[in-house]
Design a protein around this ligand. Structure first.
Ligand SMILES: *[C@@H]1O[C@H](CO)[C@@H](O)[C@H](O)[C@H]1NC(C)=O
Length: 415
């Protein structure tokens, strides 16, 4: 394969840069075993096996790398054909994930590791360049794109939901040298720039620490109209008045009860507190905006998102195993990745979906048959119980009759 690539680049028009593929894996024959290296960092890593799963398009072509043990860490790494330096070309990583087990909690992502990594020692804390792919735990679902910069991992701030059903889905990340990126999830695209969707650098602008709101800043938008005056009769009606309907009770005794006072009620004519009408403040300056200055901490850094990558790794934790990874490609060309998807994932997708539907239908029929059988058994059991009850009733009646007959006989005897 390396030979034919070299040959193709010889034939290519000199002005055109030939697309290069740095890694490709379909797990369709045994050769994957010589490429992938199991980490020995822990003693009890989960085992990967190669399987097309329970439903698939093509027994051979659908074979992929499957996690096979529950509640385990996994760590498996393979080297690229050569180091990919994406400082002046795109980096494209594409693979498929099938959460066949109905994922409850577990990772479905890959990591790209720098040259010099020892695959045998790979584990959760091993430095990586990029971590990309779905990560699901209960209701928390995310497509991670974690970028390392200066030794720190930065997660994407934009949320991009992965598909988490049981079918195979395609995941592709493209990082371009101009800082734009694209994520593809089957047909769904999501894009932006590293500068907008990651907080790798401190903000470009900050609020000027020297500036503060001037004391005489007028931010009151409305004021009382100075022209408006209180009508002279405004306060004529008091708030409370003597209840005109109240009468001194007939049995009221001034000597005993004190002087009778008419109870007060709220005056329906009372106008309340007078307020001048509001007008727009002629001195209003609008809300004060804190002026911004260039952040002295900010430094342009063209190296963000640019890496030398030499390995791809599955470094995962899975509660319920069964995830299948397949059709991996790492290249510098989106077209190359698209062509590979056409040969692999897109070719298999419709058949796999049909097979899944068939399996679901069989499952449904099986469940229906089981339910029918259970219902019939329950019915028969009920019948049997009823018959038994009847029998017992009959026996009871007979026994009672016999008893009565006996008593009667004994009564006769006594006589
Ligand atoms: C995102 O994709 C749209 C549509 O293809 C394109 O117009 C836009 O320029 C892209 N944005 C970035 C930041 O690449």
């Amino acid at each position: 394969m390396k030979l034919s690539l070299a040959f193709a680049s010889l034939l290519a028009v000199p002005a055109m840069v030939a697309a290069k593929t740095y890694f490709k894996e379909t797990f369709d024959d045994k050769s994957w075993e010589s490429r992938w290296v199991q980490s020995t960092h822990k003693e009890d890593y989960g085992k990967f096996k190669v399987s097309p799963g329970k439903f698939y398009a093509d027994k051979k072509g659908s074979r992929g790398l499957q996690t096979s043990e529950d509640a385990k860490f996994y760590a498996l790494t393979a080297p690229f054909d050569e180091v990919l330096d994406n400082s002046d070309k795109p980096l494209v990583v594409q693979f498929t994930v099938k959460f066949e087990q109905n994922i409850d909690c577990g990772g479905g992502y890959v990591k790209l590791l720098p040259p010099g990594t020892d695959p045998k020692t790979v584990h959760g804390e091993t430095p990586y360049n990029i971590m990309f792919g779905p990560d699901i735990c209960g209701s928390s679902k995310k497509t991670h794109v974690i970028l390392n910069h200066d030794g720190k991992n930065h997660d994407n701030t934009e949320q991009f939901l992965p598909l988490s059903d049981q079918l195979t889905h395609l995941h592709r990340l493209t990082l371009n040298p101009d800082g734009t990126y694209e994520i593809l999830n089957d047909e769904e695209k999501h894009n932006g720039t590293i500068f907008n969707h990651w907080n790798i650098l401190p903000p470009k602008k900050i609020k000027d620490p020297k500036a503060s709101k001037p004391e005489d800043w007028v931010d009151k938008e409305f004021i009382a109209d100075p022209e408006d005056t209180k009508p002279s009769d405004w306060d004529d009606a008091p708030e409370y008045i003597a209840d005109p309907d109240a009468k001194k009770p007939e049995d009221w005794d001034d000597d005993m009860d004190g002087e009778w006072e008419v109870p007060k009620i709220k005056n329906p004519d009372y106008k309340g507190e007078w307020k001048a009408k509001q007008i727009k403040n002629p001195n209003y300056k609008g809300p004060w905006v804190h002026p911004e200055i260039d952040n002295p901490e900010y430094k342009e850094d063209a190296s963000i998102g640019k890496y030398k990558s030499a390995y791809i790794a599955f470094d995962l934790w899975q509660v319920k195993s069964g995830t299948i990874f397949d059709d991996i490609i790492v290249t510098d060309s989106v077209e190359e990745a698209e062509a590979f998807a056409k040969e692999t994932f897109l070719k298999k997708q419709p058949k796999e979906k049909a097979e899944k539907d068939k399996l679901d239908e069989e499952e449904r029929k099986k469940m229906e048959a089981e339910a029918a059988k259970a219902a019939k058994e329950a019915e028969e059991k009920e019948k049997e119980e009823k018959a038994k009850e009847k029998e017992e009733e009959k026996e009871e009646v007979e026994a009672q009759e016999a008893e009565e007959a006996k008593e009667e006989e004994e009564g006769h005897d006594e006589l």
